[in-house]
Design a binder for this molecule. Structure first.
Ligand code: ADP
Length: 296
């Protein structure tokens, strides 16, 4: 099973080039699509989910031509959009049963078993009788996954699912998702590096409508080995360091800025070499992209 995206491009009528020749091979498992806000992630997700058209390029899920066989794709697709409405006054169990009817699962016992299994899978069984209006953000997201799984999809797309979740809820959500990747292609679109680090066996970074890096996160991190240095500085020094080094990130630790820089050689000056992580990879990509933009 494979999703193959080839040379996909989309320009909106206002002239924004939201996708520029995107090509990706996405195998079974969890695939992280990481990029800042406005990178083009939702446009890509919505195009794969047959909710909008591209100008150019192709998408195939095995032999389904997604652009031309929309109904075939929809039968094997589960989609959790960035925002979705829920009927607040009914319970998860009743609403899931209702969605199952809409999906054409007409046998009552089969439906009951499926709803029960999905409520268990998404850790909502204990709260299945509660009204959805009382659900937390994380519970709503897990309900969204439950409804997206009703047709036992081959391809599951989740768009920015952890935005706004607290760490405990995010972890619960990760646990639910990570089980799914075993039989399905799961595409997780996110601007949160942690999501990809925790879950994904393959990933791509997309920025300004283009794929800037793709591959296995562990290999991608290895490629940055020996190139990331760190130093604790004072706030007033920050601008000077930015002018003189390729500062890819700055964080406060106990109130003091710690900067990470990219350098092929030891910069001296009190910097120490560190083990790069996915955040360094991400910020170095965004940094390079922004620098290229400036020099164009
Ligand atoms: P992301 O999901 O990564 O935040 P989007 O795909 O939503 O990115 O947006 C990519 C770019 O396309 C942004 O510059 C955004 O403003 C623009 N965009 C998105 N949707 C539309 C639309 N319907 N019409 C015009 N521009 C859009």
């Amino acid at each position: 099973m494979k999703l193959i995206i080839d040379n996909l491009s989309k320009t909106y009528s206002n002239g924004v080039n939201a996708l520029q020749n995107i090509s990706l091979d996405i195998p079974k498992g969890m695939f992280g699509l990481l990029g800042p806000n406005g990178a083009g992630k939702s446009t890509l997700m919505r195009t794969i989910a047959t909710l909008q058209e591209a100008d150019k390029g192709t998408i195939f899920l095995d032999d389904i031509d997604v652009m031309h066989q929309k109904n075939e794709l929809r039968q094997v697709l589960g989609y959790l959009p960035q925002q979705f409405g829920l009927y607040p006054k009914i319970s998860a169990e009743v609403l899931l049963n209702h969605f199952a009817v809409l999906k054409g699962i007409s046998n009552k016992n089969e439906r009951k078993d499926l709803v029960k299994a999905l409520l268990h899978k998404t850790n909502l069984y204990e709260v299945r009788k509660q009204k959805l209006s009382g659900y937390s953000g994380g519970m709503k997201q897990r309900f969204g996954i439950a409804q997206a799984l009703l047709n036992n999809p081959k391809l599951l797309i989740v768009d920015e699912p952890t935005a706004g979740l607290d760490p405990v809820e995010r972890n619960r959500f990760y646990n639910v998702l990570s089980e799914l990747g075993e039989q399905t292609i799961v595409i997780l679109s996110t601007h949160i590096v942690e999501d990809v680090k925790e879950l994904c066996t393959n990933m791509a970074i997309i920025n300004q409508g283009q794929v800037s890096l793709k591959g296995n996160p562990i290999k991608i991190i290895e490629d940055l080995k020996g190139k990331v240095y760190q130093k604790t500085i004072t706030k007033s020094e920050l601008e000077i360091y930015k002018q003189n080094y390729k500062v890819i990130s700055e964080k406060l630790f106990l109130g003091k800025p710690i900067i990470h820089i990219l350098s092929n050689t030891n910069p001296g000056n009190g910097f120490s070499l560190i083990d790069a992580d996915l955040e360094d990879v991400y910020f170095s990509q965004i940094f390079q992209n922004n620098t290229n933009q400036k020099t164009v």
